[in-house]
Design a protein around this ligand. Structure first.
Ligand SMILES: [Fe+2]
Ligand SMILES: [Fe+2]
Length: 163
């Protein structure tokens, strides 16, 4: 049985499409985001494993560590909103975590990544503006700022790849 409510997307592809449609996120939406963010750690680690240089691998691994920090901030947000402690899923229990051990890094992927990460900043900022709890808004904004940094790291990785 999935750890996610049945009304939410059960695959990461559907989840990414879905989050773009959310105006004001619900607690269930934050649970979905926790699963997506946590799966980001495995995804970035797979790319770090497949990266052609240590410099590129380090940039991607840094993004991955922060995706898990984003999941933890969302966990804190849910706790502030409802008192519930939603458990961050392991790679084995996370329905969105399908990354293999290693993934190849190429220019097109890094371009897409940068776009997605910059979009993530806008998404979190938009959500922050809808929050009534200032502390929750602050947590979302911090995630957003770091998504921007992820996009910048993707651009740095691309510059290293094409140098
Ligand atoms: Fe994130
Ligand atoms: Fe990110």
């Amino acid at each position: 049985m999935s750890i996610l409510p049945a009304s939410l997307p059960q695959t990461s592809e559907e989840a990414f499409a879905y989050i773009g449609t959310i105006g004001t996120p619900t607690v269930d939406d934050f649970k979905l985001m926790i699963c997506l963010e946590a799966s980001g750690l495995s995804f970035y680690n797979a790319l770090a494993a497949g990266a052609p240089s240590k410099e590129i691998a380090d940039l991607l691994a840094a993004n991955g560590r922060e995706e898990m920090a984003h999941a933890k901030r969302l966990q804190k947000a849910i706790q502030l909103m409802t008192g519930e402690m939603f458990e961050i899923p392991s790679p084995q229990t996370n329905p969105y975590d399908t990354a293999p051990a290693s993934l190849p890094v190429d220019e097109a992927l890094l371009d897409n990544m940068a776009k997605g990460e910059f979009g993530g900043e806008l998404m979190y900022e938009g959500w922050a503006q809808k929050m009534t709890d200032a502390e929750v808004a602050k947590l979302l904004r911090q995630n957003g700022k770091e998504e921007r940094r992820h996009g910048e790291r993707a651009e740095q990785a691309k510059a290293l790849l094409t140098a």
